[in-house]
Design a protein. Structure first.
Length: 293
């Protein structure tokens, strides 16, 4: 067989391998939390948007929830403001909140544009739209850190309406409290709360790590599949630290609230979403319920 024919056959095998996954998740909602390097590198940004657009075109119902922390920091510095932190968390005063909302709006519409360039209709919303994300003030060990919100409830109606009308929703993590004050929300928290509220089949976190390790310094301790209970045991054992701890807590909470599977993926790897969802081996860490396992 010629090299050319071999290449064509390999492509056919890849498509056949993807078939059962396309059948299983057809018409199912998948929430993609988009952040990290995949948001700042133009090539990676394009590959993520291609992945999500393809998911939409083969019958999935994707929702993108995006962050923008690095971009917000850049604009706060541009405005000549001195960043202030309490317990490692940025204090978001009124002026910083204004900048954050402006920057997240800008990021949101750039993603909408990229999706529409690929022939899929997208609509960008923030958690304020339709009263989607309701919050209360989040404290850091009892200290006030300004306009940082803790989600208390999600009204997914606007998301259902958009999906029903064949739009791809792209959500900026901003919410309102009882007095209609605007709050910035951690994008991981927003993606997790939205996935629970819409009963998503999958929730995928794009991160700057390969996935989950029992010991981050030992690459042979990589975990490709783990149940929510096992993940909780890992958290309680004190093995998991740093930025992975709140992320893993979000993952286990989502699975226990009915989200089918949660994936932690390396967003620095082009087309990581497709590789995880459509191949038998996958590439990241998959957290699933005991029943699924």
């Amino acid at each position: 067989m010629s090299d050319n024919m071999q290449e064509v056959m390999s492509k056919a095998e890849v498509l056949i391998e993807a078939l059962p996954y396309i059948q299983k998740f057809n018409r199912k909602i998948i929430v993609v939390k988009y952040g990290g390097s995949a948001m700042t590198d133009e090539g990676l940004k394009k590959s993520v948007i291609q992945d999500v657009t393809l998911l939409k075109l083969v019958g999935f119902k994707p929702i993108i929830v995006h962050g923008g922390g690095k971009e917000i920091s850049r604009w706060v510095e541009k405005a000549g403001m001195e960043p202030k932190f309490i317990n490692g968390l940025r204090v978001t005063d009124e002026e910083t909140m204004e900048i954050a909302e402006m920057v997240l709006g800008r990021v949101n519409k750039s993603l909408v544009t990229m999706v529409q360039e690929l022939g899929v209709k997208a609509v960008g919303v923030s958690g304020k739209d339709g009263g989607m994300l309701h919050v209360e003030k989040k404290l850091s060990n009892g200290e006030d850190i300004g306009y940082v919100g803790e989600i208390t409830s999600v009204d997914p109606k606007v998301l259902y309406d958009l999906i029903e009308n064949d739009f791809l929703p792209i959500v900026a993590p901003i919410g309102l409290d009882d007095d209609f004050n605007t709050y910035n929300i951690n994008a991981d928290d927003a993606a997790c709360a939205i996935a629970k509220a819409v009963g998503a089949e999958k929730l995928a976190f794009l991160t700057d790590v390969e996935g989950l390790y029992k010991d981050f310094n030992d690459k042979s301790s990589f975990i490709s599949r783990i149940t929510a209970q096992e993940a909780e045991d890992l958290i309680n054992s004190g093995c998991i630290g740093g930025g992975m701890l709140p992320k893993l807590s979000n993952c286990t909470s989502a699975v226990k609230s009915g989200v089918g599977r949660v994936h932690i993926l390396d967003g620095r790897l082009p087309h990581c979403l497709l590789l995880e969802i459509f191949t038998n081996k996958g590439i990241g860490t998959c957290i699933l319920s005991e029943e699924e396992e």
